[in-house]
Design a protein around this ligand. Sequence first.
Ligand code: CDP
Ligand code: MG
Length: 681
Amino acid sequence: MNFKPIFTKPGDSMWQEDKPDIEVHSSTQFVYNAHNSLALDMQRKRLPIYKNKSHIIYLLEKFQTLVLVGETGSGKSTQLPQYLIEAGWGSDGKIIGITEPRRVAATSLANRVADERNCILGTEVGYSIRFDDCTDPTTKIKYMTEGILLRELMGDPLLTRYAVIVLDEVHERTLLTDIIMGLLKKVIKKRKSLKVIVSSATVEATQLRDFFNLNTTKDLTKDTSTIMSVEGRQYPINIYYVKDPVPDYVKAAVDTALKIHENEEEGDILVFLTGLDEVDRAVSLLYDHSKLIKEGKQKLMPLAMYGSLPNSEQLKVFWKAPKDTRKIVVATNIAETSITIPNIIYVVDCGFVKLPWFEADAQSNSLIICPISKASADQRAGRAGRVRSGKVYRLYTEEAYNDLTTATPPEMQRSDLSVAILQLKALGIDNVLRFNFPSSPPSKNLITGLELLYALGAIDGDGDLTTHLGVTMAELPLEPVFAKMLISSGEMGCSEEITTILAMLQVQNVFIRPAGGQAAIKARIAHRKFEVEEGDLITYLNVYTAYEKYKTHSWCQSQFLNMKALKRATEIRTQMKRMMKKLNIPLLSCNGNLTVILRCITSGLFPKAAYLHYTGVYKSVRGNKDLYIHQNSCLYTLQQPQWILFSEILQTNKIYMRELTVIQPEWLLELAPHFYERTSI
Ligand code: CDP
Ligand code: MG
C-alpha cells in the first residue's frame, strides 16, 4: 500500500523536556558576546566569517551544496542568512530557511538577527517552532526546528518556497538532522535550483561533502558540493600522552592541571571530563589546593562549566582571570563544540565522554561513559593553540589513542529508531532499510525498531502504517510506546489519568530532594504520602491530583514539590488534550480504577518489562540483562515486586530502571501476544 500523508504533523519531535542527565554532556543555550559594547554592525564586522563573505557567495553560485566549517562563535548561524539576502538570494519571493536542533536556538537566533537587521521579529526575520509560528508573508529569513522542516517536506516535498536551506549545527548529528539530510539529498537531485548549506563546528566535513556530492563521474570539476572553512588561526600544539593508563582520571586531571600550573608559563587551562559530578569533584579538589598556594606565587582560579549551570556561572569562564591568576576551566563535552572559551593554552583530556546509547536487546536507552573518538580527541586538542602555540595532555596512552574509533557514531547509529521509522513511513518512504542515510544505522536497530512498531500495532505485516493506529501514532509527538499508551487510554476509558501520567513523565524533577540534614528527612516524609506500591507512575498521578486541588506555592513548598515542573505538566497536558481532540481520542476518566490504568500502561510499555530473578536481581524479559531499581524510585525501599515495567534506563556502574510500574505477568501475554510468549522459566 502506498501511503499518502494528508494530515499535518506536529513540528517538534517530542514534548520531552530537557533532562538534566542528558543535557549536561553537550549543549548550552548560553551565548557569549565578546563585543557587546560595540554597535551591532561593528560587532558583525568583527566576526571571523566576515572576511569570507564574498567567497561564500561565490561558492554557492558554483556548487549546489556547501559544507561550512567554523568554530562556535564565528558567525555561521547569524551571518550566513544575512549574507545570502544581501547577495540577492531570495529576491524572487523565495526564502532562506535555517534549521536548528533546539527550539531555543531557533527563537534566540531569530531575535538576534531581527535586532541586527533592525526589523520587528516575525517580519523580515522570523521563526517557526512547534505551536508557535512567528513569520508573515514578508519573511525572508526563517529560523526553524528540524521537526518543522520535516513537516513542511510532507506538504511541499521539493521545498519550492525555499531558495536556500541552511542545516545548522550539523556536527551534533541528531536523529532528525540525519533524517533531513537523507531527505534533502533526494530533493536536491530533483530541484537543481535549491542550494543547501551544511554548517558544522567540527572539521570532520569530507564525509558530509561526499554524501551530498551528486557527481557520479571521475571528473572532479563536475562536483556539486564543496567544503569551506572559516577557522581562525591554529598555532602548533604539542601533544603528550601518559605512559601507563590512569586508574582515576578525575584525580589524574587535577594532578596534571596542578603540574601545569607549577611548571608551565602562563596561559589558561581547559580540562575535559564527562559529567557534572566529575566536574564538581575536580573543581573542589582544585579549590582546596588553591587555598594552599603561598603568597607571592601565581594564584589559581578553578571554574566549572556544564550545560545545567546557571548563566551567570557560565559567563565566568569567558572572563579574563585577574592579574597573577591562572584560570582552570573544568568542563564537560560542552567545551568541545558548543562553546569556545578564549585564551586557552593548555588542554587536559580525560579521553571519555558521556553518550546516550540504545541497546536493541533490552529496548533501552541509557547514558554511558565511553572512550571518545579520534575526531573528538583532535577537536579537544584544537581548543589549545588558538592564541599561541599550546600543549595538550592526554590522560591515555598513545596506543589507546591509536585504538580509538575515527569518529563518534551519530545518534542515528546508537538510538532507538522506532520514531524515525514512523516519521519516514508517514512521509511515504516504505523501505526504510534501503533509505540513503548519511551514516547507515546498524540494521539490527532498524529491525528492532520495525519489530517494536509491529508489536505496538503501528505497522502491519507488510511494513505499512496501519490506517488507524499507525497513522495516529505518527501524529503524536511522543515516543511510540507512550503514543500507544495514550491511544489505548481512549479505548480503555482512562485517558484523563494517562494524560496526567504522560505529562508528568515528560517533566522531570517533580520531587525536590534536599541533599542532607533535617530538610532531607522532611522531604522524605512529605513524599512518602504520595507513594504507592503500584509504582512511580501511579505515584505521579497522586502527586498531580493533589496539586490540582491545592495548587499554591506554599503547598508545593511544604510538600517539597517543584511547582515549575508541575505547572509545565499542566501545560503539556493541555497541549496533549488539544491534540487528542483533533485525533478523536476520547477524554474519559476511569475514576481511579487502578487495574484499568495499570493495564493501559502495560499496553504501551510492555517492551520494557523486567522480572525478579531468584538471585535477587531484576532481568529484562527481552535481552536478559541485569537491572536494578533506581534509588529515586518509590519502589526502592519497598518489598521488591515480581514483575515491573520501566520507562527509562540509566547506566552508570550498573543499569538502573527508573519510573516503574508494578504489573501482572499475564497482562503481557494478553496485551502483547506478538511480543511475548509463555516459556518454562
Ligand atoms: O553559529 P556560530 O556559532 O558560528 O556563531 P553565531 O551564532 O552566528 O554567533 C556569532 C556571534 O554573534 C557570537 O559570538 C555573539 O557575539 C553574537 N551573538 C549574540 O550576541 N547573541 C545571539 N543570540 C547570537 C549571537
Ligand atoms: Mg551556530
